[in-house]
Design a protein around this ligand. Structure first.
Ligand code: GAR
Length: 197
């Protein structure tokens, strides 16, 4: 039985697209649902292009609303891929060990509330870091907390802009997240992995 995965997005959904393109029939993964908190998220069109059912779960949704949607689609495993809201604590508890997030920096640095999108890359440049990257971690009740499961590094260049760094990091996110999901499919749980998974 394939692992039944829901992917949660808030925006363009390039990580969702990379995941859908990367998964093959032998990976044991079926993306059965895409959840967005915004009805106008570009990633909903990505889901439709791949014939994946979608649901809009508003920012006001309760944990029960979330769990109803997840249970209706018999979701085993949840992936936050550019989902910029907090998931209700009861949902995190229900999916503990089966809920991961991709973050565009080398956690534990440059995480926490407000650390999303270009804010992250601005912080990396402001501190003068020589490298950045992407992290996949297990989700807990705190933003960008939880066990680090895999990372990919990229150099920071002297002339980088936040946009240029974001693009370099995004390219590795697109390899890291599918590897994380493939590794999880082997046990049904979020597990440490490498880019080769
Ligand atoms: C990605 O860079 C992801 O790491 C980031 O949002 C972007 C979504 O892009 N997530 C966070 O910053 C979470 N703290 P996408 O919609 O094209 O996948």
């Amino acid at each position: 039985m394939p692992l039944r995965v829901a992917v949660c997005i808030s925006g363009r959904g390039s990580n969702l697209e990379a995941l859908l393109r990367s998964l093959g029939p032998t990976d044991g993964v079926s993306v059965v649902l895409v959840i967005s908190n915004r009805a106008d998220a570009g990633g909903l069109a990505v889901a439709r292009d791949h014939d994946v059912p979608t649901a809009v779960v508003a920012n006001t949704a309760t944990a029960d609303d979330w769990l109803r949607v997840l249970e209706a689609h018999r979701v085993d495993f949840v992936v936050l891929a550019g989902f910029l809201r907090k998931v209700p604590a009861e949902v995190i508890a229900q999916y503990r060990g089966r809920l991961i997030n991709v973050h565009p920096a080398l956690l534990p640095d440059h995480g926490g509330p407000g650390m999303y999108g270009l804010n992250v890359h601005r912080a990396v440049l402001a501190r003068g870091d020589l490298e950045s990257g992407a992290t996949v971690h297990g989700v807990t009740e705190q933003y960008d907390d939880g066990p680090i499961l895999g990372q990919a590094r990229v150099p920071v260049r002297p002339d980088d802009t936040p946009e240029a760094l974001a693009a370099r990091v995004l390219a590795v996110e697109h390899r890291l997240l599918p590897a994380a999901v493939r590794a999880a499919a082997r046990t049904g749980r979020a597990v440490p992995f490498t880019l080769n998974d």
